[in-house]
Design a protein around this ligand. Structure first.
Ligand code: NAD
Length: 349
């Protein structure tokens, strides 16, 4: 039997809170990794786990990830995350969400919740009836909020341009070939902006119709999902799944740059070294994809308008450049540099 302290993902988390509500059937875990910079903020995931240990490992890993992401985005927020353990049918009831909201409220603001996989804006509205410590609600007229996707996309686009400037010495995407994995919210925004800059787009999605629609819109080409990772292009932008950069896929890469919004792109920390060893420039995922959390944070903290959100997102290229500079001077790969910088910021180096 594992104790919590034995989990390999346990990293001196400040709080791990187990929630059971018999009446609604809610079982949830809230983890706060660090509150050094502010309340632990991060989404709640609604997911069926085949073993409780998997849910614990997930919430520990994801909450630490949020500490790093929020710190590197320059936000006055710590890192937290929650998981709701769904049954196999993923039954979700208003009573369950209400019980979850009460649990968040009971933590007195040490954890701020928002949406993640399996939770939508309507669910967030339900949760917000029970707690003040919530973000990711529909934007009221003239205020910040709503879908974080377009903000994430904007940051990814700026990060892509920064990578192109650094690796290819070009100030524009004009004439470059960009391979995009995924044709969803983040990928779509990137493709439209890159196409407006006259880049050539190849796109792959397991939902072929979605890929075709996006390709039509941006005058691009649809590629089979099995081919996108090894496509010859100027840049690969992963915007679908995590853990796609493995020993095998890295050997097959045919691009000088990997820069995209998908979370947890590296399958293992060693894959950061593998990309560097191939001479490929990598943009650490949680730094380039911080646009969404920047919008959510501005909504929660009520400390700015849409204009300020954009200005904050425009800080992403400078952060990436700092990471790449330090990577060059230290020899550490960019993902390892980002982790070390984040640890310093939260006083855990
Ligand atoms: P989305 O659901 O809108 O789009 C994801 C797309 O990926 C879908 O169209 C899906 O069919 C496709 N896909 C799934 N598996 C695939 C595969 N094997 N090959 C090709 N395509 C595949 O999601 P999104 O909001 O655009 O997010 C994309 C990624 O960015 C995710 O990893 C997400 O965690 C990350 N991210 C999103 C945000 C945000 O604000 N939306 C913020 C930070 C990170």
């Amino acid at each position: 039997m594992h104790s919590l302290w034995d989990f390999s993902d346990f990293d001196d988390h400040e709080l791990v809170h187990f929630v059971t509500d018999r009446e609604s059937g809610l079982r949830a875990i809230v983890a706060v990794h660090s509150t050094t910079l502010g309340p632990g903020a991060g989404g709640v995931r609604f997911w069926h786990y085949s073993a409780t240990g998997d849910a614990v490992a997930d919430v520990l890993r994801l909450s630490r990830g949020m500490s790093f992401k929020n710190a590197m985005a320059g936000l006055p927020l710590g890192g937290g995350k929650a998981v709701i353990l769904a049954d196999e049918q993923r039954t979700k009831t208003p009573e369950m969400l209400a019980a979850y909201g009460r649990a968040v409220e009971s933590l007195g603001g040490r954890y701020v919740t928002a949406e993640d996989v399996g939770i939508n804006v309507a669910d967030m509205v339900e949760i917000a009836r029970q707690t003040r410590f919530v973000a990711g609600l529909p934007a009221a007229e003239g205020s910040v909020g709503g879908d974080p996707g377009p903000h994430t996309s904007y940051g990814v686009y700026l990060g892509v341009r920064a990578a192109v400037r650094r690796k290819l010495g070009k100030d524009s995407l004009a004439g470059l070939h960009i391979a995009i994995q995924g044709a969803g919210s983040v990928a779509g925004g990137l493709a439209r902006r890159a196409a407006a800059d006259r880049a050539r787009i190849s796109v792959a999605d397991i939902d072929r119709e979605r890929a075709e629609r996006l390709a039509r819109e941006v005058g691009g080409t649809v590629v089979d999902p099995s081919e996108i990772m090894a496509l010859e292009a100027d840049l690969l932008s992963p915007n679908a799944l995590g853990a796609i950069l493995t020993q095998e896929s890295i050997e097959a890469l045919n691009v000088p740059i990997v820069a995209g919004g998908a979370n947890n792109q590296l399958a293992t920390p060693a894959d950061g070294d593998r990309i560097r060893d191939r001479g490929i420039l990598y943009a650490p995922d949680y730094v380039i994809n911080a646009g969404g959390i920047i919008n959510v944070a501005t909504e929660y903290l009520r400390d700015g308008d849409g204009e300020l959100v954009s200005r904050r997102i425009e800080g992403i290229p400078e952060r990436l450049d700092r990471i790449w500079d330090e990577s060059e001077s230290s020899g550490l790969n960019p993902a390892a540099v980002a982790d070390a910088m984040a640890r310093r910021l939260i006083g855990r180096s």
